[in-house]
Design a protein around this ligand. Structure first.
Ligand code: GDP
Length: 298
């Protein structure tokens, strides 16, 4: 799938290194120049690239790579480990409610990021893999047809959708949704919220009010990976204003570069927990940084 350009460039750089037999400091510098360019071309933030290259270089020079016959492989291993770290290290589990109360997840993000679709995907995934009984809550009262869209998703999955139309405040919808979930023995409530085209204060105030009112176990920021560094900026803004708990990256199937996947967790210090890999409601996968690093290195 994604990131062909990055994978190709890295493979070229490493194949030169592998052919060298014993490698020198200059070889490491040379390959790291290539890695740097490859990451910048993949739309990774330049500060993150700088730090990454420094870390790899320090490790490569610190370990007994220079002069070793397997030096080339060792550099690749160091890059692999650092890419894994850059994307958050280990798979991060979801935060579920630790009491008898239902788990509450809140979906946030800009319009078009994939929030509504991902709310459905997540409900479907957790029903299948964690035996949850989800209720979807339609809290986007502004976008025409958002409620209907969530209802369509719900009916495709046979998962109920709680809605109160578009004349009631999202806070009240979230609260009533939670009450309804308790009455009907749902152990998972996923609240869809409104998006805008840009981060704006009014929206953030509304999201903060929902957060204060229902205290979600997870506040997911849903971002479109195809928007690269913009996705990273959006994530930073949402995190600053709302203190999100984790990120879901959508449209990874269409992302040929990879900048958002590579930058977001180190820019926000929040983990990517899932990735969307297609338009179907089954196209959602937990995000494993180590597997992604392997995939990038090809
Ligand atoms: P919202 O405005 O944030 O609620 O976004 P939507 O859920 O309506 O999604 C916007 C568009 O992105 C829809 O056409 C979705 O089918 C599409 N979409 C969402 N996630 C993915 C994904 O992982 N891959 C692909 N290819 N399309 C996606």
């Amino acid at each position: 799938m994604a990131f062909e350009g990055l994978t190709g460039r890295l493979q070229d750089a490493f194949s030169v290194l592998r052919k060298k037999g014993k490698i020198t400091e200059a070889d490491i510098d040379e390959v790291m120049r290539e890695v740097r360019l490859a990451l910048l071309e993949a739309d990774v933030n330049f500060k993150i690239v700088k730090e990454f290259v420094k870390n790899v270089r320090d490790k490569a020079k610190g370990e007994e790579v220079i002069g070793s016959l397997t030096g080339g492989q060792q550099v690749v291993k160091i890059v692999n480990d650092e890419l894994t770290e850059l994307m958050g290290g280990e798979l991060q589990e979801l935060n579920f409610s630790e009491t008898n109360e239902p788990t509450i997840f809140m979906m946030t993000g800009l319009q078009g990021s994939g929030k509504t679709t991902t709310a459905g995907k997540l409900a479907n995934y957790l029903r299948k893999h964690k035996k949850k009984k989800p209720l979807l809550v339609a809290g986007d009262i502004y976008r025409p047809a958002a409620i209907d869209q969530l209802k369509t998703v719900g009916s495709q999955l046979d998962i109920p959708v709680f809605e109160m139309g578009d004349q009631v405040s999202p806070v009240e919808i979230a609260e009533k949704g939670l009450e309804t979930a308790k009455e009907n023995n749902h152990d998972l409530v996923i609240i869809d919220t409104a998006g805008r085209l840009h981060v704006d204060e009014e929206l953030m105030d509304e999201l903060a009010a929902i957060k204060t009112s229902v205290r979600p176990d997870e506040i997911f920021l849903v971002v479109d990976s195809m928007t690269g560094q913009d996705a990273v900026n959006v994530a930073s803004s949402f995190d600053e204003l709302l203190d999100i708990t984790s990120v879901i990256l959508t449209k990874l199937d269409g992302d040929t570069r990879g900048g958002a996947a590579l930058s977001i967790s180190s820019a926000t210090h929040k983990p990517i927990k899932f990735v969307g890999t297609g338009e179907k409601l089954s196209d959602l996968e937990p995000f494993h940084p180590d597997r992604m690093a392997n995939r990038i290195l090809g």
